[in-house]
Design a protein. Structure first.
Length: 255
């Protein structure tokens, strides 16, 4: 069931989204060669705590996961696509990092992700990250009243495929509201004109994930959470929580 949010609710969700944006910005500023992933998680925790917000990630335990998620951010490095678990590993010069973060404020959730290179970037990584953001922008542009979920999926998929990148099987966006994962699902590839019609008051997370090697397959690491590319190539992930409104798409997780 898809919950249609009121205009007042959208304002409240914007406040949750603002906290997410601040946490992502703080983590990105702290990320550097030699910094441990656990340190980046602590940075995000401090931002959430300072805003009086909770985390929808911390202790999240879906039925497929062997253990609850132990952090407030997912930190996915190089060949990790999503759901990377922070630990004592330290970033190295040239690492490609994707950071996914959520916040709960006033009972409403925000969810977003960024990708960037630590230190000196390889040209192929820069292109991969730039394409992820291009795909995100295309998906957001298609998130208009009167369009359908398939129009968003098609817009994202077209950007990714034209650039020669893979799109991870079975991974995509979702509705956002009182919880982090709600209906409807938002695939990263699909046929235009298909799927649920978009209405004013719907809120969705649009989140392209790209595999640099061009394949779509992946596997789950031994920690039960981290999803990695099967071919070992690098991946990028970009995400915003977006409200569908009569005035056009409204990004709720922008700074």
């Amino acid at each position: 069931m898809v919950e249609i949010k009121t205009d007042t609710t959208l304002l409240a969700m914007r406040e949750a989204g603002r906290v997410v944006a601040q946490a992502l910005a703080a983590v990105r500023e702290k990320a550097a060669p030699g910094v441990a992933l656990d340190d980046l998680d602590r940075v995000a925790r401090e931002v959430l705590a300072g805003a009086g917000a909770g985390s929808p990630f911390l202790d999240y335990h879906p039925e497929w996961a062997p253990v609850p998620f132990p952090a407030v951010v997912c930190l996915s490095v190089n060949d990790a696509i999503v759901h990377g678990v922070p630990g004592d590993a330290r970033l190295a010069d040239g690492d490609l990092v994707s950071v996914d973060c959520g916040a709960i404020l006033g009972g409403w959730v925000g969810d977003a992700a960024v990708s960037f290179t630590v230190g000196r970037a390889r040209p192929e990584d820069t292109r991969l990250v730039d394409t992820a953001y291009e795909a995100l922008e295309a998906g957001i542009a298609a998130a208009t009243v009167g369009n359908r979920i398939g129009d968003i999926a098609h817009a994202i998929g077209r950007v990714c495929r034209r650039a020669g990148y893979g799109i991870p099987d079975g991974l995509g966006g979702h509705g956002v509201g009182r919880t982090m994962h709600e209906d409807p699902g938002v695939p990263n590839e699909g046929r235009p004109g298909r799927g649920m019609p978009l209405r004013h008051g719907m809120v969705i997370a649009i989140e392209p994930m790209l595999i640099g090697g061009g394949r779509d397959d992946h596997y789950t690491a031994r920690d039960g959470w981290t999803i990695r590319t099967l071919d070992g190539s690098r991946a990028a992930h970009a995400e915003h929580t977006v409200a569908i409104t009569d005035e056009g798409p409204r990004i709720l997780t922008a700074l």
